[in-house]
Design a protein around this ligand. Structure first.
Ligand code: MEV
Length: 321
């Protein structure tokens, strides 16, 4: 039987504290219902490959394709060279998350690839090792990430995250639905992280006040989520959005989208989620009218969906061979 391993990991939404988390604030993230699947199988030949949606690239080629997966795979192979069997393989990726949409596609692909490859090579692993390898992949794409996206995808559920501390899992009494709307505008997380750092060095005191209040908002959102208080969550989304606009990561595309959402009385609050500059918006909504709001949004923004949060994190199947 051909050696084969499979793993999948979810995308994420950030409920509060994006960007400020890079500078030490608390941030809250949750796994969503859209996932990335990675499957690895042994192939003939001398070159391992990566393939997704009809595009193929050799693992050792520097053609700029699949930077996260290549970094993860090359790191694992170089660090585990002695123990790993010398076999040629193909990594196939199938994703439900548009790249550049702010929904954690590069973290999900990094987490799933790291787990699938460790399993494929017969190497034992734990979650901390997967997080380490996956973060290398994420850095290849995002420059200086905080690590929150990786942890949300790996652990699943809802997490309270602060750099340098173990992420805390938040137990949510009644999972709740959120609306996620992709603006259709791709953006670069690494450039936005640099832009925020520049703003911080220009206005250090104002930035610090906003970072402190981003932490407070995160802690309030944790409490409101624990009790599924959607009105409270919506109110804090609105506050978080004004802070994000001040640090320069919102833009007219996102603001038009948010205004459009607020046309519906079922929308309790909305904010950009992830790096901003485009990407996606998340909205707290009245739970009984999620489908109606979704239909309204889909007419104008085709990649919209409702996700119940929180969702399961990394899933993998034990290798067949
Ligand atoms: C991106 O999902 C969240 C940012 O805060 C970057 C990071 O924390 O790695 C913008």
């Amino acid at each position: 039987m051909i050696r084969q391993s499979t793993a999948s990991a979810p995308g994420k939404v950030i409920l509060s504290g994006e960007h400020f988390v890079v500078h030490g604030s608390y941030s809250v993230a949750a796994a969503i219902s859209k996932r990335v699947s990675v499957s690895i199988r042994e192939i003939r030949g001398t070159k391992s490959q990566i393939v997704s949606t009809g595009v193929t690239s050799d693992l050792d080629s520097d053609d700029g394709r699949f930077p996260a997966v290549k970094t993860v795979a090359r790191t694992i192979l170089s660090e585990a060279r002695k123990e790993a069997p010398r076999i040629t393989f193909q990594i196939s990726i199938s994703s439900e998350i548009p790249p550049g949409s702010g929904l954690g596609s590069s973290s999900a692909v990094s987490v799933a690839s790291a787990a699938a490859l460790m399993d494929f090579l017969g190497l034992s692993w734990n979650k901390a090792e997967i997080a380490n390898f996956a973060l290398r992949g994420e850095k290849a794409v995002h420059g200086n990430p905080s690590g929150i996206d990786i942890q949300a995808s790996l652990l699943g559920g809802m997490i309270l995250f602060k750099k340098g501390q173990e992420p805390r899992s938040i137990s949510v009494r009644d999972p709740f639905k959120v609306l996620v709307v992709y603006s259709g505008k791709k953006r670069s997380t690494s450039k936005l992280i640099v832009k925020v750092a520049q703003r911080k060095s220009k206005y250090p005191n104002t930035f610090q006040r906003l970072a402190d209040s981003a932490s407070e908002i995160s802690l309030e959102i944790v409490e409101a989520s624990r009790r599924s208080e959607l009105h409270e969550i919506g109110k804090y989304f609105g506050l978080a959005q004004s802070q994000l606009a001040w640090i320069g990561v919102s833009n007219p595309t996102l603001e038009t989208l948010i205004e459009y959402l607020y046309e519906r009385e079922e929308v309790l609050g909305a904010k950009l989620t992830g790096a901003g500059g485009g990407g996606s918006v998340i909205a707290a909504i009245r739970q009984d009218s999620a489908e109606a709001v979704l239909k309204f949004m889909t007419g104008r923004y085709p990649y919209s969906f409702v996700s119940e949060i929180p969702q399961e994190g990394l899933r993998w199947k034990k290798r067949k061979n």
